[in-house]
Design a protein around this ligand. Structure first.
Ligand code: SF4
Length: 496
């Protein structure tokens, strides 16, 4: 039986900001791929880039396993895989070279490989899987196992025939997600994950997914795999998988990695009921939309199911910018959803995005005002990133710079000629975070004066407020100076 080595390609240690957070999650998409191959009767081995020390660890794994087939499979559920990061691309190309040098046939499934198959085929990959990968991978592995050279009958591939890159027709996405073989959880080094999480956070978190895709049309959001399609697992099936995971690894916390959770009406209600019946209520975080949270009973169902925090794609406090993004949300919905969740004791995170075309200082001020009015518990900030295949990418194509990718996920470089320069947005990112943390510190201090909280926390809050009293005005002045910086010529690196 041929040996297949399945590896993820996101190395957290190559992404300094994420490495500093020490919040690794097993590559769930890769585990689904491994589970599918196991169900097909293959001898499957696993390499986990998320917790690997270096690309050389892959080389060592290749030497140990001596695979007939190496599959590099990105975790398409992790938002980090949506950006093509230069460091991860270089690592993937090195992994392909190492596997080829050891005599393995190589397949890769990643957003970057789907966008740029020739880059990966030139590096030695025998096939690039384009779109949803499990069914395509199963057919490819069976074909290679049988010694097949002609891949033209397998949908969802880019491969070389007589030196010419050929793309086979796209494969339909799966509708019945509950029919998929489960992720190969037993291949994960749970002890390593548990140790990292417990040491740095005191809890051990794992990840699950309840759906694939999203039918909304935010015009900067890339959907290379599922398009506008949406498929959801049964609430009971998800609760049962959660129960299995609890028996296997006893996580204290779950991240539901869906792009949007709870789209199907009453899904959260059914999930809460199943969780209660099975006795597996584990605190979780998820991403959703404000309008879904505002549906009748949604907040109560989330609470019953064990929700700790909902991250909302707030993006902007400017209705004009939300409309320009085709976000199909109002700032009022974002504010109300935030308030309702917090009133129910569920924390709220806001994702914000700066630098969308048309956003000037007035719109930035509106975003700051929304942030101050709604007071989310957590904040994630990025700048508009032109992902290939999006309406936004097409709109700014003529303004794209030479630098087309971020080096790491915290890069924040403007890849197109945005309203202001990269230096402005990097400083805005720091300014908004500082302003946000200042307001949180003030709230903590207010708690202290009212006799709530612990003394150490109060002292830290006081020290931070004193620091911000100086730092924030200076930061504001610097921001306005950076606003006046001229743009480098279009075609420059985008790093200034
Ligand atoms: S709701 Fe979220 S996942 Fe869906 S299109 Fe908008 S940004 Fe993308």
């Amino acid at each position: 039986m041929p040996r297949i080595l399945v590896g993820s390609v996101y190395f957290q240690h190559l992404d300094p900001a994420r490495w500093a957070e020490r919040q690794p999650f097993p590559p769930l998409g890769t585990l689904y791929a491994a589970g599918t191959l196991q169900a097909g009767g293959h001898d499957v081995h696993f390499f986990d880039a998320m917790i690997a020390g270096a690309v050389t660890d892959w080389n060592a794994r290749v030497a140990a396993v001596r695979p007939d087939i190496a599959v590099l499979y990105d975790d398409n559920f992790n938002y980090l895989s949506k950006m093509c990061l230069a460091a991860m691309r270089a690592a993937a190309l090195d992994m392909i070279a190492a596997a080829r040098a050891a005599g393995a046939r190589v397949a890769i499934c990643s957003a970057d490989a789907a966008d740029h198959p020739d880059l990966y085929l030139d590096a030695g990959a025998g096939a690039v899987i384009v779109g949803e990968g499990e069914a395509t991978l199963a057919e490819l592995a069976a074909a290679w196992r049988a010694g097949g050279e002609d891949l033209s009958a397998i949908r969802g591939l880019a491969w070389r025939s007589a030196g010419i890159t050929v793309r086979t027709p796209r494969r339909e996405v799966l509708r019945d997600l509950d029919a998929l073989p489960p992720p190969a959880w037993e291949l994960v080094d749970m002890a390593a994950y548990r140790q990292i999480w417990r040491r740095h956070h005191g809890v051990f978190a794992l990840n699950l997914v309840t759906s694939r895709g999203c039918p909304y049309s935010c015009n900067w959001c890339a959907k290379p795999i599922w398009g506008q399609g949406y498929a959801v697992r049964g609430a009971r099936a998800v609760a049962e998988e959660l129960a299995r995971l609890v028996r296997l690894a006893a996580p204290d916390y779950i991240w539901f990695m869906d792009d949007i959770m709870g789209l199907k009406p009453r899904w959260w209600r059914d999930f809460a009921a199943a969780v209660e019946e099975l006795g597996v209520k584990v605190p979780f975080k998820c991403l959703s939309r404000a309008d879904l949270v505002l549906r009748d009973g949604a907040v109560e169902d989330l609470k019953r199911a064990g929700c700790d925090i909902v991250w909302l794609g707030a993006e902007s406090g400017s209705q004009a910018i939300l409309d320009a993004m085709d976000k199909d949300l109002t700032t009022g919905e974002i504010a109300e959803a935030t308030a309702r969740l917090r009133a129910a004791g569920i924390r709220v995170g806001h994702f914000l995005q700066f630098g969308y075309p048309g956003e000037g200082m007035g719109e930035i001020a509106e975003t700051l005002a929304l942030l101050r009015a709604t007071r989310p518990d957590e904040l994630g900030i990025s700048v508009s990133y032109p992902l290939p295949g999006t309406v936004f990418h097409d709109r700014v194509q003529s303004q794209l710079r030479e630098k087309r990718h971020w080096d790491v996920s915290s890069d924040m470089a403007m890849l197109y000629r945005g309203p202001y320069t990269t230096a402005f947005y990097r400083h805005l990112h720091a300014y908004v975070h500082r302003d946000f943390r200042l307001r949180r510190a003030v709230a903590q201090l207010r708690d202290a004066l009212m006799g709530r909280g612990n003394a150490g926390g109060h002292l830290r809050a006081l020290a931070f407020i004193a620091y911000c009293g100086v730092a924030i005005p200076l930061s504001w002045v610097r921001l306005h100076l950076l606003r006046l910086m001229p743009h480098p010529a279009v075609g420059g690196t985008g790093a200034s």
